[in-house]
Write a protein that binds this ligand. Structure first.
Ligand code: 5GP
Ligand code: MN
Length: 357
């Protein structure tokens, strides 16, 4: 609960903060906001992740303070001496990477701050709300509950980035009037403007990244009468275009944007299998489907890593399982498929028939 977290922060001095592999806007933004806030409260903070964050986030104020775990004594000591270890934006030990088991075994009080479904049971304290738009929203509540006067430009930028990236720029069903009020407070307290942040996040694409997008768009396929869309990013496509892995962020949303598509998948080929992104429209859930393949996430945005004999087999298995998790509408009656011309011709015939009655 929030109150437990506030008490832990008030009563302790040394904090360790980590988040999930391949930290995205919400993960890194939440980490930087909480880290800077704790420092402003006079606390000692170590921020250590298992791998590098998305390179598109290097611009975030304070990003260079987050260390990648390499077993250094200083990192081990930071965790051993921490009173409290925060895990942000994932509830899953494996998704934290090698820091996961270290945190789990540490003497520190482990605190989960997160908005995913089904948390693992090893955390000492939970501040979890699966209806929160972003972990950043929960970090805001902590700051607001303790010392909102510390919310400066850097913290505001981190929180804004966390929330804007996890809500698809304020469009998902998790967006509420209350969230917009929080955003208003973040902008006012931090004295920041949204436009430069949006430009930095969304308008700095590389040409190789766009070429990769073009290749991905060309390979979109539809199934289940156009209600499921999927595409692929193969290692070959990445090499051919000179793009980087991080460039495929957001690609799956193009597949979901097709009219009639209720659920969209992007299969990205890895060295030993596939990374799958699952997305769905508001009233369709994909989290159970992702969990069936060893992943998880949110109702409308989930992911999984699958090791299977071949990339093609993974695609086939995941698509074949779709109908177990999604209620696709039955095949349309043939009448629905008439062209507009045929439809209007049919209507004149029917009108003529009813006139003569
Ligand atoms: P993305 O498709 O953007 O990588 O991930 C979408 C969401 O799915 C993430 O926010 C995260 O909640 C979840 N997710 C992605 N990959 C995994 C995974 O391997 N395991 C689990 N449990 N969740 C994942
Ligand atoms: Mn998140």
């Amino acid at each position: 609960m929030l109150d437990d977290v506030l008490a832990l922060i008030r009563e302790n001095d040394r904090f360790f903060i980590t988040t999930h592999l391949g930290a995205d806007g919400d993960a890194l933004g939440s980490q930087l906001a909480l880290g800077r806030f704790l420092e402003k409260m006079g606390k000692t903070v170590a921020m250590v992740n298992s791998d590098e964050h998305d390179y598109n986030l290097d611009w975030m104020p304070g990003a260079e303070q987050v260390e990648v775990y390499d077993g250094a004594l200083s990192q081990q000591e930071a965790l051993a001496e921490a009173d409290v270890a925060f895990v942000l934006d994932t509830n899953d030990e494996e998704r934290i990477g090698k820091v996961g088991s270290l945190v789990r075994d540490a003497t520190a009080t482990t605190v989960l701050i997160d908005h995913h479904l089904d948390p693992e049971r090893w955390f000492d304290v939970l501040f979890v709300r699966d209806t929160a738009a972003a972990t950043g929203e929960l970090i805001y509540e902590i700051i607001d509950g303790l010392a909102p006067e510390h919310l400066d430009g850097a913290i505001a930028t981190a929180l804004y980035t966390a929330i804007v990236t996890d809500t698809g720029s304020f469009r998902y069903s998790s967006v509420t009037p209350a969230l917009h009020r929080i955003i208003a407070d973040i902008l006012e307290r931090g004295g920041i403007e949204p436009a430069p942040i949006h430009e930095t996040i969304y308008d700095r694409k590389s040409m190789p990244g766009l070429r990769l997008l073009g290749r991905m768009l060309n390979r979109i396929r539809l199934r289940y009468d156009g209600q499921l869309g999927y595409s692929v990013v193969t290692q070959r496509m990445v090499e051919d275009t000179g793009a980087s892995w991080d460039d495929k962020q957001g690609f799956v949303n193009y597949v979901l944007s097709i009219e009639g598509v209720k659920a969209a998948l992007l299969f990205s080929e890895t060295d030993d299998g596939a990374k799958i992104s699952f997305r769905s429209e508001a009233d369709v859930r994909v989290d159970e489907w992702a969990r069936h393949f060893g992943g998880g996430g949110h109702r409308n945005a989930s992911g999984a890593y699958v090791k299977r004999p071949t990339f093609e087999k993974t695609i086939e298995d995941v698509i074949d399982a779709a109908a177990d998790y999604i209620a696709f509408e039955p095949r349309h009656a043939p009448d629905d498929d008439l062209s507009p011309e045929d439809q209007s011709y049919l209507e004149t015939l029917l009108d003529a028939a009813s006139d003569s009655n």
